[in-house]
Design a protein around this ligand. Structure first.
Ligand code: AKB
Length: 317
């Protein structure tokens, strides 16, 4: 493989996926695409970068034509809570952005495009442990855009030959870059609260169970699905991947074990609570395990330990 373009490279996932791809395929072959938010120093100095506004069709065409990537990881996305507050931006980025990237991939013969989906692609009628193939019917704009991305991916694969792939990611927990206005962000913010103030006020209720994943597993799932030999599998852009599943009070209890003085209080935000209540508790990822060998490495306790170690270093030196 010669070149990989990553859109949304300054976001929570892009900031860690780009260095992982560069370590694997060499620095100069992985181009970090960004728009407004600056790239982290690690990504900015570690290899090439390019400005790409995925809502601008002409710019997407120009960038893809000049780089001629073999793979595109299309990460640009407005997350769930933000999407409800700014439907216009969410429509432009999450719907038109996907279309622009897929059309540019067809025109420039990009072999593969990876478009992450999300637990947001499910809704209140989905079983609490979501099977891979089940009723989806999300109630939020973000989730609708994720179903759009999955269906477009499967359609572009059969209609144009561009091999579009994706995994349904749970809430992602990481210490390098914070998520931007999603519903699962509490599971990152709680560590900042614990380390800086020994306390955290959670905007979801104590018993809100959601699927979550530590960043190294998320990065592995994206690279894993991109490189898998999928043969003629009918799944491509719509694989469930699961790791851990917990409630705010369960996460607080694990943190309290490590930091007995930690205190958690609750002030429920109705918008994010409603979104969280519409999502499943966990995902059945047996299809990804069987078809391309997916398996996560981090459990709740090992993730909490690693978060504490790295975030403490980052915040307190
Ligand atoms: C969000 O909360 O919006 C995201 C997601 C689960 O896709 N983290």
């Amino acid at each position: 493989m010669n070149k990989i373009l990553v859109t949304g490279a300054s976001g929570q996932i892009g900031s860690e996926l780009v260095p992982a791809l560069r370590a694997k395929y060499s620095d100069e072959n992985v181009i970090a695409g960004w728009r407004r938010k600056p790239l982290t120093d690690e990504v900015a100095v570690g290899g090439p970068s390019v400005h790409i506004d995925v809502t601008n069709r002409a710019e997407v065409e120009k960038v893809v034509k000049s780089i001629k990537p073999d793979y595109i990881y299309h990460l640009s996305s407005i997350l769930s809570a933000s999407a409800e507050l700014n439907r216009q931006a969410a429509y432009a980025v999450n719907f038109e952005g996907v279309f622009n990237v897929l059309e540019a991939a067809v025109a420039n013969k990009t072999a593969r495009v990876v478009i992450p989906s999300s637990i947001g692609a499910f809704g209140p009628e989905t079983p609490r442990i979501a099977p891979n193939d089940t009723i989806q019917k999300p109630t939020g704009l973000y989730g609708i855009s994720k179903v759009f991305g999955e269906l477009m991916g499967n359609y572009y694969y059969s209609a144009t030959g561009v091999d579009v792939r994706g995994v349904r990611l749970p809430g992602i927990i990481s210490w390098k870059v914070e998520p931007a206005a999603g519903t699962t962000d509490y599971a990152v913010a709680i560590f900042y609260g614990a380390i800086l103030e020994c306390r955290y006020t959670c905007y979801l209720g104590p018993d809100t169970r959601l699927p979550m994943m530590y960043m190294p597993d998320a990065v592995n799932s994206l690279i894993g699905v991109a490189e898998a030999d999928l043969g003629d599998s009918r799944h491509r852009a719509d694989f469930n991947v699961n790791a851990v599943s917990f409630t705010p009070s369960e996460l607080a209890a694990v943190i309290k074990k490590r930091m007995p003085e930690f205190e958690m209080t609750y002030e429920v935000d109705p918008l994010r609570q409603a979104i969280a209540d519409s999502w499943p508790d966990a995902l059945d990822d047996s299809v990804a395990r069987e078809e391309w060998g997916w398996s996560p490495q981090f459990e709740l306790a090992t993730m909490v330990e690693d978060m504490f170690t790295n975030l403490t270093k980052k915040l307190k030196g």
